[in-house]
Design a protein around this ligand. Structure first.
Ligand code: SAH
Ligand code: SF4
Length: 378
């Protein structure tokens, strides 16, 4: 049986873990580099393809190990270049991911957990509750699926995914070890070779884990703020009751100090009509952001059924942004992309859950005209 549970899925081993794996087998450590390249640069999914490895070792490897990717349940390509997938993980749970092109940049938004335990009031993933952590293989598998959607792997070709953000389902810092190992693979030159500026972990503010991250990684950081006061943030992002804004900002500053370059934190702020989008709140936010080297990413709320919230008008979004810019806060507004392939991250799974329950494999490739200009781009 190829998928016997006892086999190690090499897709999920970080470079150091793969070295240890080969050492344990009594093999030389450089095998790890060879196999890393085969798996992550050439997209190998079997050991037979690894022609610079002896037949005997290949046979031994296929007895104890495998290279297993998650299964695509649904795939949607939009005319504006946006691609979305729902992917089935081991055990049947589904997660989603989205690839968003923007000029030369192609940003893949990956999930780190099935569901999320943090229950932010405006987040559809939070409403689903927590199911389980994704393994490193399941996280890296998402990147492989996105790369392969452009054809067979081609290490000498153009980069198909230039940036990865952990802004899909789940709180990455609550799946710490697997997320860190996945980012190592993403940034390793023998694997995906993405620069540390192009791999971003987004957190709602799990402060102790952020301090741990500083010890082991120099990945880029995004923080979900969403409110300028603790009173409001306590309602929107419940983890704020444990780690309030000042404590979070201090942890972000510690993180930046640990980096050996001049990076800033991306502060995410989901704009919700009548909740956190008022001019007075923008002015309060300016004061908070003075304490942190950062850029601000305003995300117009993405409605979902029974959320109880609404997206602000384009005028309200523009006014909020202008106040920030007038105060010299570098501010972008997330463009609405891929409207023709349904809603954004966190919202696809619900839509396919019923269909996938009925049919084991449902793959839809949808090509429609994109919806134009819902919000301004930057
Ligand atoms: N758990 C992490 C990463 C995943 S969420 C975090 O919270 O940062 C990625 C981003 O999408 C977060 O900033 C989150 O607050 C935001 N988000 C969640 N639901 C949203 C919605 N319905 N509309 C707009 N942004 C949303
Ligand atoms: Fe979890 Fe992030 Fe959603 Fe909050 S916004 S519930 S932390 S996925």
């Amino acid at each position: 049986m190829t998928d016997a549970p006892s086999k190690v899925n090499l897709l999920g081993l970080s470079p150091s873990q793969l070295e240890a794996f080969f050492e344990q087998m009594g093999e030389k450590r450089f095998r790890a580099t060879q196999v890393l390249k085969w798996i992550h640069q050439f997209g190998a999914s079997s050991f037979e393809e690894m022609t610079n490895i002896s037949k005997a070792l290949r046979a031994k490897l296929s007895e104890v190990a495998e290279i297993r990717e998650p299964e695509i349940v649904m795939e949607k390509f939009s005319k504006d270049g946006t691609r979305k997938w729902v992917i089935r993980m081991d055990g049947g749970s589904a997660i989603e991911m989205v690839l968003i092109p923007d000029g030369d940049r192609k940003t893949l938004c990956v999930s780190s957990q099935v569901g999320c335990s943090l229950d932010c009031s405006f987040c559809s993933t939070g409403k689903q509750g927590f199911n389980r952590d994704l393994s490193t293989a399941e996280i890296i598998g998402q990147l492989r699926v996105a790369i392969r959607s452009f054809g067979p792997f081609d290490p000498s070709g153009e980069r198909r995914v230039t940036n990865v953000v952990f802004m899909g389902m789940g709180e990455p810092l609550l799946n710490f070890d697997n997320v860190v190992a996945a980012t190592e693979l993403m940034m390793d030159d023998n694997c995906y070779g993405l620069s540390k500026r192009r791999v971003t972990v987004s957190t709602s503010g799990v402060v102790p884990a952020l301090d741990r991250l500083r010890e082991v990684s120099d990945v880029s950081l995004a923080v979900s703020l969403h409110a300028p006061t603790d009173e409001l943030r306590n309602q929107l992002v419940p983890i704020n009751r444990r780690y309030p804004i000042d404590v979070l900002i201090a942890a972000c500053n510690r993180y930046l100090q640990g980096l050996n370059d001049k990076r800033v934190v991306t502060v995410e702020y989901t704009l919700i009509a009548g909740v956190n989008d008022q001019p007075e709140q923008a002015r309060q936010l300016v004061k908070v952001l003075r304490k942190l080297p950062c850029k601000l990413n305003l995300i117009p709320f993405n409605p979902f059924p029974n959320s109880g919230y609404e997206r602000p008008s384009d005028e309200a979004i523009a006014a909020f942004k202008q106040i920030m810019l007038n105060s010299n806060v570098l501010t972008t507004v997330r463009r609405t992309r891929g409207d023709d392939v349904d809603a954004a991250c966190g919202q696809l799974v619900g839509q396919v859950a019923d269909r996938t329950r009925r049919s084991q494999k449902y793959i839809a490739v949808v090509q429609e005209e994109p919806v134009q200009g819902k919000s301004q781009a930057l």
